[in-house]
Design a protein around this ligand. Structure first.
Ligand SMILES: Nc1nc2c(ncn2[C@@H]2O[C@H](COP(=O)(O)OP(=O)(O)OP(=O)(O)O)[C@@H](O)[C@H]2O)c(=O)[nH]1
Ligand SMILES: [Zn+2]
Length: 187
């Protein structure tokens, strides 16, 4: 569990260190708010994504299922600044086993709410779906803007990063790979 008192003390220290007065009216509740915020945006650290598995086994559906534009909010582990974007996920069910559609968004959220790297987030989602759903293949494509790269540092406004993770047939079969990448990249 998140130690909110410890976060509060640390935030107060940061405010002092940047030359602010943590006791002025506008800041007095800030350490507590930030502690609650971290509890929320890092809640994935205490979440088991398996609780989001809702599998329907009676569908006989064995062709691609594709969900686009799943909203993604994560935090880069290098600067603790947000990276924000969209995840697109496709999989080919085996044995008619399909996942409740909303669960894809819940799984993305569970892995996103931790200090993350976009590449790791992308692989974790793909590996999890491969392990738990045992589909013929999975593809995850994430497009995101990293605030650490746009609002500070390189200040590369408008730069976006695309990462993909392909598993099973989506990786081994050249045609499936080309088709799914075209579909998921929106090209
Ligand atoms: N591969 C990868 N890099 C990331 C991600 N999030 C942030 N980064 C990068 O992590 C790197 C950290 O670089 P450092 O040189 O240690 O830190 P820095 O001095 O703040 O670097 P600048 O951001 O270039 O100012 C930067 O290049 C960031 O753009 C991510 O999800 N994936
Ligand atoms: Zn960063």
């Amino acid at each position: 569990m998140v130690d909110k008192k410890r976060i509060e003390a640390a935030v107060r220290e940061i405010l002092l260190a940047v030359g602010e007065n943590p006791d002025r009216e506008g800041l007095v509740e800030t350490p507590e708010r930030v502690a609650r915020m971290y509890e929320e945006i890092f809640s994935g650290l205490n979440d088991d994504p398996k609780r989001h598995l809702k599998v329907f086994t009676d569908t006989q559906h064995d062709e691609m299922v594709l969900v686009r534009d799943i909203p993604l909010y994560s935090v880069c582990e290098h600067h603790l600044l947000p990276f924000i974007g969209k995840a697109n996920i496709a999989y080919i069910p085996r044995g008619g086993n399909v996942l409740g559609l909303s669960k894809l968004a819940r799984i993305v959220d569970s892995f996103a709410r931790r200090p993350q790297l976009q590449e790791r987030l992308t692989s974790q989602i793909a590996n999890f779906l491969m392990d738990e759903l045992d589909p013929y293949g999975v593809a995850v494509v994430i497009n995101a803007e990293h605030l650490c790269m746009t609002m500070r540092g390189a200040r590369a406004a408008g730069a976006s990063t695309q990462t993909s993770a392909l598993r099973g047939l989506m990786r081994s079969d050249a045609r499936a790979r080309a088709e799914v990448m075209a579909l998921l990249s929106g090209k």
